[in-house]
Design a protein. Structure first.
Length: 282
């Protein structure tokens, strides 16, 4: 298995060299294997595929959706040209280009968290659509149903029954690190789920809450099936970075895809399509 991994990496580098030489006199061409985490694919995968097809027609882009821990190992082994990873302070093995800072929120089914507490509503841009839809469908029961607030302290969010990815995947390391820096208790994790689809199902079933950017669950938030509370005191952010190996040179095609990725992310943030995302690239 180890031999196969190294052999695959060497063969890919040979192919990259050949395609890069051909690209000296032609437009970039060849295969690019690009890793993307589950929680970032909703925001980036389709826009990037469209952009590559339009601007790099001779490049064959292969998107690999994986857990962040698996992407890290694959990138180190040379199985990927580049990958989207989250900067949790452990990216020193890679050349990492920060692209976007995402605000994270507490996300839950409306009935899950505030069953016994009535609070005032101040809708934020991230949760306004979901809250309005929820109020519309439950207007007849507004006297007895609780109303969700638009923000929550990080301390209170950590105390909720949380469904988070298992270590070392996804936002879990970031949340635990930021809690420790703020002098707060570790998150109250009731389930380790490293799958966006299972996480979505669990949230919709009311089994708990999660701390995540809004983009992976945007459809459910827009419909009102889930709501998002901004986290304050302190706010919680994650930085999305484009990473590549320090030791394996990029092919011309891969370098072109990397530059295009930054361009796509910048446009998504500027147009407000990457909700709660702020472009931090060059």
């Amino acid at each position: 298995m180890v031999f196969h991994t190294y052999a695959t990496s060497i063969l890919r580098q040979v192919e990259d060299a050949a395609s890069s030489v051909a690209g000296l006199t032609d437009s970039p061409a060849g295969k690019v294997v690009f890793g993307i985490p589950h929680s970032a694919s909703h925001a980036l995968a389709l826009p990037l595929l469209k952009a590559v097809r339009e601007e790099l027609p001779k490049v064959q882009l292969e998107l690999t959706e994986e857990l962040t821990g698996n992407l890290t190992r694959q990138l180190l082994a040379g199985s990927l040209h580049m990958a989207i990873l989250f900067d949790d302070g452990t990216l020193e093995d890679f050349i990492a280009e920060p692209l976007v800072s995402e605000k994270m929120s507490l996300i839950y089914r409306p009935e899950t968290v505030f069953q016994k507490t009535r609070v005032n509503v101040k809708t934020s841009s991230a949760s306004q659509a979901g809250l309005q839809a929820t109020r519309a469908t439950s207007k007849a029961h507004s006297q007895t149903k609780p109303v969700a607030k638009a923000s929550i302290s990080f301390r209170d969010a950590l105390a909720k029954p949380l469904i988070l990815p298992a270590q070392p995947h996804g936002v879990r390391p970031l949340i635990e690190q930021q809690a420790a820096r703020a002098g707060l208790l570790a998150p109250n994790v009731v389930a380790d789920i490293s799958s966006i689809s299972i996480l979505r199902t669990s949230l919709l079933a009311g089994l708990g809450c999660t701390i995540l950017p809004v983009m992976p669950l945007k459809a459910e938030l827009d419909s009102g099936a889930l709501v998002a509370l901004s986290i304050r005191a302190p706010g919680v952010q994650r930085v999305v970075a484009l990473c590549r190996s320090r030791h394996i040179p990029l092919s011309t095609a891969a370098a072109s895809v990397g530059a295009l990725t930054a361009k796509v992310v910048r446009a998504l943030c500027q147009q407000g399509l990457w909700v709660d995302g702020r472009y931090v690239g060059r």
